[in-house]
Design a protein. Structure first.
Length: 589
C-alpha cells in the first residue's frame, strides 16, 4: 500500500517537464546545495547498505572456501540490484517455513502436555521447543548430523525443515541451544537499526522533495525501490541469524540411526541431479501392523523359468494421494511409471520374476529386498512395480550391507511413525502417500548436503509454501518494482529516446508481473489454467522461446533501468540540486 501511494504521489506531482525552469546543468558543485557527487554518494551508499546488509544467506556447504562464499554473496548482491523481488520472495518463503516449523513444534509439545509423554524417551526432549531464531537456523541448514554406518562413507548431512519436523513429531527434537546460534551469528540489532534509519532518511527526503515541487532523479527513484525491498527483507529476516559459516553438529547417537535411515531412503538419491528425483523408498509398500500376516512374502515370487509367462491384464487407472510436500508429486506419472513394462540396462541374467502371470524385472540394486523381506516387515518391496527398473531412472549402485541396515532400521521407525499418526490422524496425509497400489512412505526431502537459498518455483521442498502462491508473490513484487519506475515517466530525461526506453522497460517489468500474477492465481482456482501451465512446461518450443527470447529481453530491461538511473545525471535541471526547506515542517512563528 505504501508503495502504491508513493508511486501515485510521484505521478501526480510530476517534478519536471519539457520546459525546465532555471536551466539545465551537468556536474554541479554549489557551496550551499547538494552537488552531483553528494547525490551519487548518498544513493550508492544507501543502495549498498540496503542490498549488502539485508542479505541473510543460508549456511554454505562444508567444503566451501572463502572464495566460494564471496562469489555466492556477490551473485546475490547483483540479484538484489537488478531483480530485488527475487530476494524478497526468497525471504518470504523462508519466513513462512520458519513460522510453520515453529507452529508445528508447538503443536507437538501441546499434544504431549495434554496426553503424556513416551516413557521410552526423555520428557525434557519430548517437550523441547524452538524459538523463531532456532527455527530460522534449522531452515537455513544450520543443523548438521552425523549419519553413521547406515550410509556409505558416513557423510555429514543437513537436516531440512521437514527433517526437524519429523524428529519433533516423534519427540526426538535435537538440542540446538539458542545462545550458541547467537554466538555464531554476526547480526547486530543496533547495526540493523542504523541501516533502517539511513534508508528511512532517503524516503523522507524523497517525500519532502515531491511535497515542495522539487524534481526527483531517476537514481533516487531506483534507490527508493531497493529501500522498500530492504525494509521487507529486514521485516522477514529480522530473527534469522546472519552470516553463519559453520552449522551446529549433532553428534551421532544410536537412536538417531533410525531417523537417518528413513530420511536417506525418502530423500532423492543424488538429488543434485535436475532429472533424477527417485528415492530409495519409492518401490516399497507399507503394511500397517494390524494388516500383516505370518507367511513369507517371497513364497509368492517365482522365477520366470519356473512359471511360463502369461498375457498380463490391462491396467486400470491408479489413483494416488501424495503426502504433503512429496517429491513424487513433481511428476505423478513418473511416481509409478508404466506398469508391467519393466526393463533394466544390462545382460539377460538380471533378476526376473513372474508375479500373478505378469513378467516382472527388478532393478539389480533392489533385488536384495525381495530376497530378505518377510510378512512381519512393514516395508516390503512392491510386487506391482519396481520404479528404479525403468529406463528413465538412472540406476545407482548401492552397497548391500548399508542398504539392508537402512531397511532394517527404517522398518522400526516407520512403525513408530504410523502409530503416532494413528493417535493424530490429521497427520497421516503429511507423512504417508496412499494409492490404489497400497500405502507408501511420503517422499519429503528430510536431509541434504546443503540447503539452497532459493528453493525454486517448481518444487519448494517446504511443505507449507504452495509454489503458485510464491510465484504470485514474486510476480506482484516485480509489477510493483516496475510500477515505481513507471511513475517517473514524466520526469526529466536527457533525450526523448531515453524517456521512451525507460517507459518501455518499466512497462515490460510491471505488466509482465501483473499478467503472471493473475495467471498463477488462476491456476489455483481454475483447472484449465493449471493444464495450460503443464502444457507450457511440456512444450519444448514454448520453453525455448521463453528461455531464449523473453528472458534475455527481460534481463536487458532490468539492466537498462539501473544503468539509465546513473547515466541520466549527465544532464539535469538545476532544481534537482536544491534541498528541501525543512523549516516548513517545523512549528514556528
Amino acid at each position: 500500500m505504501f508503495l502504491l501511494l508513493l508511486a501515485a504521489s510521484l505521478l501526480v506531482r510530476r517534478s519536471a517537464s519539457a520546459d525546465v525552469e532555471g536551466g539545465l546543468t551537468g556536474w554541479y558543485e554549489p557551496p550551499n546545495f547538494r552537488g552531483t557527487w553528494d547525490l551519487i554518494l548518498s544513493c550508492v551508499l544507501t543502495l549498498t547498505i540496503c542490498v549488502w546488509s539485508a542479505l541473510h544467506l543460508n549456511v554454505p556447504t562444508e567444503e566451501s572456501r572463502l572464495r566460494d562464499r564471496n562469489v555466492r554473496r556477490l551473485r546475490w548482491i547483483l540479484l538484489g540490484i537488478f531483480a530485488p523481488e527475487l530476494v524478497v520472495s526468497t525471504a518470504f518463503a523462508q519466513y513462512l517455513t520458519a513460522k510453520w516449523l515453529q507452529r508445528e513444534i508447538r503443536k507437538d509439545v501441546t499434544y504431549r502436555k495434554e496426553n503424556g509423554t513416551d516413557p521410552r524417551w526423555s520428557a525434557e526432549q519430548q517437550l523441547r521447543e524452538f524459538s523463531t531464531t532456532q527455527c530460522y537456523f534449522a531452515v537455513m541448514g544450520g543443523v548438521r548430523i552425523e549419519t553413521g554406518d547406515c550410509i556409505a562413507g558416513n557423510p555429514r548431512l543437513n537436516l531440512t525443515a521437514e527433517g526437524i519436523r519429523l524428529m519433533s513429531f516423534l519427540g526426538r527434537l535435537p538440542d540446538v541451544p539458542e545462545n550458541q546460534i547467537a554466538d555464531k551469528s554476526k547480526a547486530d540489532g543496533l547495526a540493523k537499526t542504523l541501516v533502517v534509519l539511513q534508508a528511512g532518511w532517503m524516503i523522507i527526503q524523497t517525500i519532502a522533495r515531491v511535497n515542495q515541487g522539487l524534481p526527483v532523479t531517476l537514481l533516487e527513484i531506483n534507490t527508493m525501490g531497493h529501500v522498500i525491498c530492504a525494509f521487507a527483507l529486514y521485516a522477514l529476516w529480522w530473527s534469522k541469524p546472519l552470516d553463519i559459516k559453520d552449522p551446529t553438529l549433532v553428534r551421532r547417537e544410536e537412536w538417531m540411526d533410525k531417523f537417518v535411515s528413513v530420511m536417506w531412503m525418502c530423500s532423492p538419491i543424488c538429488w543434485q541431479s535436475p532429472t533424477d528425483f527417485i528415492s530409495e523408498i519409492r518401490c516399497m509398500n507399507y503394511t500397517p501392523p494390524s494388516q500383516r500376516g505370518d507367511s513369507p512374502i517371497t513364497s509368492t515370487v517365482e522365477t520366470i523359468e519356473e512359471k511360463p509367462k502369461t498375457e498380463s491384464k490391462s491396467n486400470k487407472p491408479h489413483k494416488t494421494h501424495f503426502s504433503i510436500g512429496s517429491i513424487g508429486a513433481l511428476d505423478p506419472k513418473k511416481f509409478i511409471g508404466p506398469l508391467e513394462k519393466f526393463e533394466v540396462d544390462g545382460d539377460a541374467h538380471d533378476m526376473s520374476y513372474v508375479i500373478h502371470g505378469a513378467s516382472f524385472r527388478i532393478a539389480t540394486e533392489h533385488d536384495i529386498f525381495l530376497r530378505l523381506q518377510q510378512s512381519h516387515h512393514g516395508l516390503r518391496h512392491s510386487l506391482s512395480y519396481c520404479r528404479r527398473a525403468l529406463k528413465d531412472c538412472d540406476k545407482h549402485d548401492i552397497l548391500p550391507k548399508c542398504a539392508i541396515e537402512r531397511w532394517r532400521l527404517a522398518n522400526i521407525l516407520v512403525d513408530d511413525l504410523w502409530a503416532e499418526c494413528e493417535k493424530r490422524p490429521e497427520y497421516r496425509a503429511f507423512f504417508f502417500t496412499t494409492s490404489s497400489l497400497g500405502i507408501f512412505v511420503g517422499e519429503l526431502i528430510y536431509i541434504a548436503d546443503h540447503v539452497p537459498n532459493f528453493p525454486g518455483l517448481s518444487y519448494l521442498g517446504s511443505v507449507n509454501v504452495h509454489r503458485d502462491i510464491l510465484k504470485s508473490i514474486l510476480a506482484f513484487a516485480g509489477s510493483a518494482y516496475g510500477g515505481l519506475h513507471l511513475s517517473a515517466w514524466n520526469d526529466f530525461f536527457p533525450t526523448q529516446v531515453e524517456r521512451w526506453m525507460w517507459i518501455a522497460c518499466s512497462l515490460a517489468t510491471g505488466a509482465t508481473g501483473v499478467v503472471l500474477a493473475l495467471f498463477f492465481l488462476a491456476t489455483q482456482r481454475i483447472k484449465a489454467f493449471e493444464n495450460l501451465e503443464h502444457w507450457i512446461r511440456g512444450n519444448r518450443v514454448v520453453m525455448w522461446a521463453l528461455a531464449s527470447v523473453l528472458t534475455p529481453l527481460f534481463m536487458v530491461a532490468r539492466v537498462f533501468i539501473v544503468v539509465e538511473a546513473f547515466c541520466s545525471l549527465r544532464r539535469q535541471p538545476e532544481a534537482v540540486y536544491k534541498t528541501p526547506e525543512w523549516a516548513n515542517y517545523l512549528p514556528h512563528l
